[in-house]
Write a protein that binds this ligand. Structure first.
Ligand code: PLP
Length: 497
């Protein structure tokens, strides 16, 4: 039999890779990683935003099984640089202007390191007192800074998709249909539940309906006006028709900053309908919400204070590393009624007077995400954040002006924030040919490597999107992009098809 001291001696042996790094090793390795990050963040503008790889390239280079013996950090770092980085799409690149561009700012990156070191799991107040209290406070800072009145309960989820799903689950719970207890299947007493949202809302609304058993076909996509905003009259009509058919309106999801064009639904009109119809109003401001930090842009948000729930993603347009989605609910008890479930092993003395964040959603364990929001809000200050957001809106507006002034180019939608939708539309080229032309222009520009733009379809026409949201994007990057677009358009329009 081995005695305990020899067991320990074996575990502490230098070559034993079942132990963690020594403090010295940790320091050296962490410094190497930090130095790499520093070089990367300073120099990544020289890398192609889109990696020049094909599906399967990395997979072909990875061993099929995990190593039996632990490997030194130097080897890991080398493989990181040689195998992984070449396959990275550089979201943290000033030329990333696709989808909704975002940023892991340096304060946020440092916070992520500290979050990992603490490895806090704030499922209960007791398992994360500071993480719980910081989360509630820092999200409330954001609420106040965006001009929302006091009285909301705000907390953090990973993504807007989850925040929206939780909101619709709370809406469902608010109907007191006993769904939490008895489910929905096989119940003749349940009405068909309907969710209304614009034809331009994000697919996460449909996914929520799928997840919650509401059914995708019960998501009613309301027609939009010429500026891609939900038509309140069509919404009223849809609700009227549904009620007459015995269907039960559950919730309306209004979007402030839609994915395709960043259009703004008329939330005041929609709120009035919700109040009259007694239907839950969820506001998806996951991209545009931070613009409300700037008083001059608050008019876009008028009426959102009448919602039952609002989602805003600091990981989209507030320079916080992915993932960080804040959800504000007016009545946290309804959400708690939908989700709180406390098995014996999670009971605590404090549960009657402290917030246990596990009560407000599906997940039990939760990352200490508030630390990165706190670091970012404090390092930039509201003033710094406003200044950067305004700058990004200014350079987007400048780009929109170039498009508007250019002969063969056309703006495809208003640009209220930092997203511009446009297309090359020379006279004499029919719509279908122009679609193909724009697709090729986008592919050419993206292949050059210095920028990455994405696309959508508006009124069935292929549309290029330029979204500014990276902290290091400057006017010069937008200007280079414009030159590339014009060059690609010339080449594609005159070259062989
Ligand atoms: N809502 C809107 C308006 C979006 O644009 C997006 C994504 O871009 C989402 C929701 C989903 O966000 P997430 O990736 O955080 O789930």
């Amino acid at each position: 039999m081995t005695n305990s001291s020899s067991v320990d001696a074996q575990m502490n042996d230098e070559g034993n890779t079942s132990r963690d790094l020594s403090p010295r090793e940790f320091h050296d390795f962490a410094m190497q990683a930090v130095e790499w990050m520093e070089r990367y963040l300073e120099g990544n503008a020289t890398l192609p935003v889109l990696p020049r790889v094909a599906p399967g390239d990395l997979a072909a280079q990875l061993p099929m099984s995990a190593p039996e013996r632990g490997e030194p950090f130097a080897t890991l770092m080398q493989d990181f640089e040689q195998l992984i980085v070449p396959g990275i799409t550089h979201w943290n690149h000033p030329g990333f202007m696709a989808y909704f561009a975002n940023t892991a700012s340096m304060p946020g990156i440092v916070a992520e390191m500290l979050i990992a070191a603490l490895n806090n799991n704030a499922m209960l107040w007791k398992t994360g007192p500071a993480a719980t209290e910081l989360e509630l406070r820092v999200v409330d800072w954001l609420r106040e800074a965006m001009g929302l009145p006091a009285g909301w309960f705000g907390f953090i989820n990973d993504t807007a998709s989850i925040s929206t799903m939780l909101s619709l689950a709370a809406a469902r719970e608010s109907l007191d249909l006993g769904i939490r207890e008895r489910g929905m299947a096989g119940r003749a007493d349940l009405p068909v539940l309907r969710v209304y949202t614009s034809a331009h809302s994000h697919s996460s609304v449909d996914k929520s309906a799928i997840t919650l058993g509401i059914g995708q076909q019960n998501v009613v996509h309301i027609e939009v006006d010429d500026n891609f905003r939900m038509r309140a009259d069509k919404l009223e009509e849809a609700i009227r028709i549904d009620r007459a058919a015995g269907l039960r309106p559950l919730a309306i999801v209004a979007t402030l900053g839609t994915t395709s064009t960043s259009s703004v639904d008329p939330v005041s009109d929609i709120a009035a309908i919700c109040e009259r119809e007694k239907v839950w109003l969820h506001v998806d401001a996951s991209y545009a919400g931070p613009a409300a930090l700037i008083p001059e842009h608050r008019h876009h948000f008028t009426g959102w204070e009448r919602a039952d729930s609002i989602v805003v993603n600091p990981h989209k347009w507030l320079f916080v590393p992915v993932d960080c989605s804040t959800l504000f609910v007016r009545d946290p008890d309804t959400l708690k009624r939908a989700f709180a479930l406390v098995p014996e092993y999670l009971t605590t003395r404090e549960q009657s007077y402290a917030v246990n964040l596990m009560d407000y959603g599906v997940q039990l364990g939760r990352r200490f995400r508030s630390l990165k929001l706190w670091f970012v809000m404090r390092a930039f200050g509201l003033q710094g954040l406003r200044q950067r957001l305004q700058y990004q809106m200014d350079i987007a507006a400048e780009f929109a002006q170039w498009i508007a002034a250019a002969e063969d180019w056309t703006l495809m939608a208003p640009a209220p924030f930092s997203l511009v939708c446009f297309r090359y539309a020379p006279p004499g080229v029919n719509d279908e040919d122009a679609d193909a032309l724009n697709e090729r222009i986008l592919a050419d520009v993206n292949a050059e490597g210095s920028v990455y733009l994405s696309h959508t379809k508006l009124n069935d026409r292929y549309t290029i999107r330029l979204a500014i949201g990276n902290l290091r994007t400057e006017l010069k990057h937008v200007s280079v992009t414009w030159e590339q677009l014009q060059r690609a358009a010339q080449a594609e329009a005159s070259g062989p098809r």
